[in-house]
Design a protein around this ligand. Structure first.
Ligand code: S3P
Length: 441
């Protein structure tokens, strides 16, 4: 199954397995940033040691935040004490590299917009082609001075010239948790009330975490207001497992008729669980047991998944922001189901780590599936037996992992090339894949 920079996957039968997945990526980024701004030592457990989250941790260190690495696994630190600087960051000695991470760059931009000092954020080739105008526009309205130095307008490297921020009321043109979070973090550095209005519900990890750090925010429908000038009060954080990583195994178990899967301690925040609702509609058997439930807490618990005979469904517009990262693997589920799965209103997928609509359509077709591409999504007509193929994942971690799952259901061997990118969100994926394969009945 292993290759140096490729994954070879063979078909498997029904399996029965138990698994935990690494820490949540969105929550890990936020924990490093908000803890670093807080007024003391924050003990973070189950931090995600992926490239993306390590870059964010290093970014905070380069801004003067000290970190003690209490426990490190083969991929990186998983238990860290972050010593917050009470909102007083220091100029970094050079550009800050966000690697492949849109979340890292956009959230850090919110923090850097309001500093007295200048600073530059850089990223890899994929990140340098992704739209940053969506955060530059509101931050500039607040008074930030930011230059996009990339090849295309509004693209990284982003140069911040420092400045004083004014609060704003911003109506977001797109449903994006990253944009919302950038504005809320910048709002912490502005005097007065900053309000951001989202067109639809997006993941609410920033709001929940700020509330846990006793930062006053007010939610009124889809409007969130933050009061500037507050210093987050240090707390400890337990990061639950990432449901977006669990999604790969959930789909695998749901589509293998007599399979059973138990995933322990996974995040079950309702702004992230639309995937489960869609799979239930498709005929999967899924039971969740939420163990934490306070309003500010991140809900988490166990998930039990049983295979069924899946049938296609239409993914509703309001579900899209809450399963945007799961669409590649959901499209694979569509190819394995009877009938048609329709995904529309998902044009955002074209500006992720790669154009995910293109990449999914191309790879599903290479495996023999019947797919129609739309500007804003795709229709997958299930039922064709998938064939193993040699696939390119376009340097995109979620495409690589989604097609590893497709390979479990295909005839013959599937080879996914250039899979190093998996480390951006799920170090250990290959090991977990092997574990699942070893648990065939
Ligand atoms: C994220 C938000 C989502 C998601 C990304 C992580 C976050 O992007 O795709 O992987 O942590 O805020 P949007 O900003 O488009 O919501």
């Amino acid at each position: 199954m292993t290759g140096s920079n490729s994954l070879r996957v063979s078909p498997i039968g029904d399996f029965s397995a138990e698994l935990t997945v690494p820490g949540d990526k969105s929550i890990s980024h936020r924990s490093a940033i908000i803890a670093g701004l807080s007024n003391g030592a924050c003990h973070i457990r189950n931090y995600l040691p992926s490239e993306d989250c390590l870059n964010t941790l290093r970014a905070m260190e380069s801004l003067g935040v000290n970190c003690d690495y209490l426990e490190t696994n083969e991929h990186g630190p998983i238990e860290v004490i972050v010593h917050g600087r009470g909102m007083q960051l220091v100029p970094p000695s050079g550009p800050i590299d966000c690697g492949n991470s849109g979340t890292g760059m956009r959230l850090l931009a919110g923090v850097l917009a309001g500093q007295e000092f200048g600073c530059t954020l850089t990223g890899d080739e994929s990140l340098s082609s992704r739209p940053m105008g969506r955060i530059m526009r509101p931050l500039e309205r607040m008074g930030a001075r930011i230059e996009g130095m990339g090849m295309n307008e509004g693209c990284a490297p982003l140069v911040f010239h420092g400045g004083l921020l004014e609060p704003i009321h911003y109506v977001m043109p797109m449903a994006s948790a990253q944009v919302k979070s950038a504005i809320l973090l910048a709002g912490l550095f502005a005097k007065g009330r900053t309000t951001v209005e989202q067109p639809a519900e997006t993941r609410d990890h920033t709001e929940r975490m700020l509330a846990r750090f006793r930062v006053r925010t007010v939610r009124n429908g889809n409007e969130i207001t933050i009061y500037g000038g507050q210093v987050p009060e240090a707390i400890d954080i337990d990061v639950p497992g990432d449901i977006s990583s669990a999604a790969f195994w959930i789909v695998a178990a749901a589509a293998k008729r007599n399979s059973k899967l138990l995933i322990r301690n996974v995040g079950l925040n309702p702004t992230r669980t639309a995937l489960l609702n869609v799979l239930l509609r498709m005929g999967a058997r899924i039971k969740d047991t939420i163990r934490t439930s306070g309003e500010k807490e991140e809900p988490s618990g166990n998930l039990e998944v049983g295979g069924g005979t899946l049938s296609g469904t239409e993914i509703r517009e309001d579900e899209i922001p809450n399963l945007i990262d799961e669409i590649p693997v959901l499209a694979v589920a569509g190819a394995l189901a009877g009938g048609t799965m329709t995904i529309r209103n998902a044009a955002e997928l074209r500006v992720k780590e790669t154009d995910r609509i293109r990449a999914v359509v191309d790879n599903l077709r290479a495996m023999g599936a019947d797919v129609t591409e739309h500007d804003d999504g795709m229709s997958v007509i299930g039922g064709n037996r998938l064939r193993g193929a040699t696939l390119d994942c376009s340097g995109d971690h979620r495409i690589a992992m989604a097609f590893a799952i497709a390979g479990l259901f295909a005839e013959g061997e599937t080879v996914i090339q250039n899979t190093k990118c998996i480390a951006t969100s799920y170090p250990g994926f290959e090991g977990d894949l092997k574990r699942i394969c070893d648990k065939q009945k």
